[in-house]
Design a binder for this molecule. Structure first.
Ligand SMILES: [Zn+2]
Length: 368
């Protein structure tokens, strides 16, 4: 039986990441996204708001302050250097993002834009992922959770995408290989969306295994088919498990136990990183997971880290746009990291599925 507080966990959090506030309706950013969404849904008139907002992090922090998890301590974030970022992005791309400091701009055709505080927020997000990896590799903490935004797993070597500027988890993995004595790094991505950027970055890399569960196509960003397995020396080290919407905790746990665990045991990682997105929750993007489900997956990943690398496990926040499921999901993860026994997988009842449907119907609010 595990007891919470038995293992120490460090959460990296920094208010500089709250200053990333793209406003899709302001004068600097002609309402491209707004128009695009309107096109998608036809003749309805809607007001669309950027969902990747500062309130995501403050909601988590408020819950953790109100109901602290024993064994969890906090450390401030650190800004990544251009050299650290350029391990997974081209120098030209890194420069092009850094030049946007203090400005507002659109970066891609679908979702991603910046406000004056975004560049520093993105540097701190990537740097905090590095700090989390460093803290576990140096033995200063049992495990770590980088509570960051903007998220990272859609950011490609030369392109910002899907709310992501720098690929935080990839930057941490590359740093662990370059500076922390980790030869083999396992990256597990349980966000509801495929981590296309992380896959691209390590596609042919023989010492990084990338395992990704996500909602199957048609779904953003469209990649992550089971046939996508990496290439060259990295062939077989990209493992995609697309799952249908509505799959729930049992299907996710099965994918982890039956696909991830044997693959990881074969790979024998020196460090385990997790792209922890909370949008598979039933209140968010309806992979129908419960908050306990994230604790279940954490238990499986923690066992892998315990078996192969003295428990070295660092998580990095990705998506999760429903504040309640995001904050309770993070707490469920932290409880298991802190030593609690993983909870049982949950199967949501009809009322909860209805509640999720209601959330989706109100996510697009009529224009006033
Ligand atoms: Zn996502």
């Amino acid at each position: 039986m595990g007891t919470m507080g038995e293992r120490d966990v460090t959460v990296f959090y920094d208010e500089r990441m709250l200053a990333h506030c793209p406003d899709v309706n302001n004068d600097f950013l002609p309402g491209r996204l707004d128009r695009r969404i309107k096109d998608m849904i036809g003749n309805l008139t809607v007001k669309w708001a950027y969902p990747e907002i500062a309130g995501r992090l403050t909601a988590v922090m408020e819950l953790l302050e109100r109901e602290p998890v024993p064994g969890v301590k906090f450390e401030p974030g650190v800004a990544a250097t251009p050299e650290q970022l350029a391990r997974v992005h081209t120098s030209l791309y890194v420069e092009s993002i850094l030049e946007l400091r203090g400005k507002s701009a659109w970066l891609d055709v679908d979702t991603t834009s910046v406000s004056p505080g975004s560049v520093e927020a993105a540097e701190v997000a990537a740097g905090s992922a590095i700090a989390a990896a460093e803290a576990v590799c140096e033995g200063r903490t049992g495990s770590a959770f980088a509570l960051v935004r903007p998220p990272g797993h859609h950011a490609e070597p030369v392109r910002a995408r899907g709310f992501c500027l720098f690929n935080n988890v990839a930057v941490a993995a590359a740093h662990a290989q370059a500076k922390l004595g980790c030869k083999r790094v396992l990256i597990v991505d349980w966000d509801a969306h495929h981590g296309n950027g992380t896959q691209d970055i390590f596609w042919a890399e023989p010492d990084v295994m990338f395992f990704d569960t996500h909602r199957s196509a048609p779904f953003y960003p469209g990649s992550g088919l089971i046939e996508e397995v990496g290439a060259g020396l990295g062939e077989g080290l990209t493992v995609n498990v697309p799952v249908p919407g509505g799959s729930g905790d049992p299907a996710m746990a099965k994918a982890f136990r039956e696909v991830l665990v044997p693959a990881a045991d074969d790979f024998r990682p020196d460090l385990v990183l997790v792209s922890a997105g909370f949008d598979p929750h039933r209140l968010d993007l309806t992979l129908n997971m419960s908050e306990e489900g994230f604790g279940v997956l954490t238990g499986i990943v923690q066992d892998i880290a315990d078996r192969h690398c003295d428990g070295r496990l660092a998580m990095v926040l990705e998506g999760g746009y429903h504040w309640q499921s995001l904050s309770f999901g993070v707490r469920s993860v932290l409880q298991v990291l802190a030593g609690a026994d993983p909870p049982e997988p949950q199967v949501p009842g009809f009322a909860e599925v209805e509640a999720a449907a209601y959330f989706h119907s109100t996510a697009f609010k009529p224009a006033e």
